[in-house]
Write a protein that binds this ligand. Structure first.
Ligand code: FEC
Length: 311
């Protein structure tokens, strides 16, 4: 594939994703990291182990690696991977990249929508790693410039890629109701003025404005039990309330196959639907589809052009 930027040897691309346990033995460690260092109860851990077992382990790490490699090749930048909750951790990756003498490090999260708890936390880890790796003397210079991409929920190339996977699923069999979904978060983020909910609405609005859709609504999925209210409506409750018989779910908050897709939608939602005589299908995950990789390349290119214009 031709590079959209030409070869740039001074800039490195760090692609970031949620992370997943390497094997069953590391699920406890991973879960503890997600919970900010607090180990889960034995019951909660057993329940998570059962979910990973049901999907045969998560493909997320392998897919993120392929996405990073493909975007890097397209934009002509060396690409590295850093994970939020499992090795290689974002901060460690960035520290190592900074110490290699690059003049600029660009951080791209494999998640379209900005929430302080999600993209904001990736940015923090990125900055921690940058501060470690850009210490005077680490690379013999002042350290690289850091450029963080705060999502791509309204980027025209991302909207176009979504349009393609939706058109594919709708033409295969027209649903009588379409549900857009994204990961739920604690409801308190709304009072804190977090942009997450508005960005999700904006993605749906842009899609609806650019193609003819079946009747649709937005719902959240994959909420955790943390003892506080999470954003709703939950997708399963919304599906049941809709009385639809043929449902299509488009999880537009996610860009790869992982536990929240392969278990929450493909196993849990399917069982829920079967018990009620509802047919549920979902749109294909982007993974390393060429149209999505092309969209990510455009996101990176635009960020570099914007940084050039500002600098
Ligand atoms: O396939 C895999 O191995 C990883 C699947 C996975 C993805 C993912 C994405 C997001 N999460 C987000 C927020 C939270 C908050 C909590 C939370 C908890 C979990 C648990 C697992 C898990 N998440 Fe996740 N998330 C994935 C997996 N997530 C496993 C722990 C068990 C459970 O609660 O189900 C609650 C933390 C707490 O307990 O304190 C909050 C957000 C995303 C989407 C953005 C992104 O990808 O970074 C937001 C994939």
């Amino acid at each position: 594939m031709p590079s959209v930027l030409g070869q740039d040897t001074r800039t490195a691309l760090v692609c970031m994703a949620y992370g997943s346990p390497r094997d069953e033995a590391t699920i406890g460690q991973y879960y503890t990291h997600i919970r900010g260092g607090r180990p889960p109860s034995p019951e909660a851990l057993a329940e998570l182990v059962a979910r990973y077992r049901a999907i045969g382990g998560s493909p997320l790490a392998a897919i993120t690696g392929r996405q990073a490699e493909a975007v890097g090749a397209l934009v002509g930048l060396p690409a590295f991977v850093g994970m939020k909750h499992s090795p290689p951790f974002v901060a460690e990756t960035v520290a190592a990249v900074c110490a290699q003498g690059y003049e600029r490090v660009i951080g791209l999260v494999m998640a379209p929508h900005y929430a302080r708890m999600s993209l904001g936390a990736y940015e923090q880890s990125l900055r921690q790693g940058w501060e470690l790796g850009a210490q005077p003397g680490a690379a013999g210079g002042p350290g690289p410039e850091l450029l963080f991409i705060p999502g791509f929920h309204d980027h025209p190339a991302f909207i176009a890629a979504l349009r393609t996977i939706l058109a594919e699923a709708i033409s295969e069999r027209r649903p009588d109701r379409l549900f857009f979904t994204a990961h739920s978060l604690p409801a308190r983020i709304l009072a804190e003025g977090d942009p997450y909910r508005d960005q999700l609405d904006e993605t749906c609005r842009l899609l609806a404005a650019s193609m003819e859709l079946p009747p649709w609504e937005f719902a959240f999925q994959s909420r955790s039990s943390t003892g506080e209210p999470w954003l709703g409506p939950d997708v399963l409750e919304a599906i049941a309330a809709s009385a639809a018989e043929r449902v299509l779910v488009c999880p537009l908050g996610f860009v790869a196959d992982h536990l929240e897709i392969l278990f929450d939608l493909d196993i849990e939602a399917q069982e829920f639907a079967r018990a009620r005589g509802i047919e549920i299908r979902r749109t294909a995950s982007f993974n390393d589809r060429p149209d999505f990789v092309q969209a990510l390349a455009e996101v990176v290119r635009d960020a570099l052009v914007g940084a050039g214009a500002r600098g």
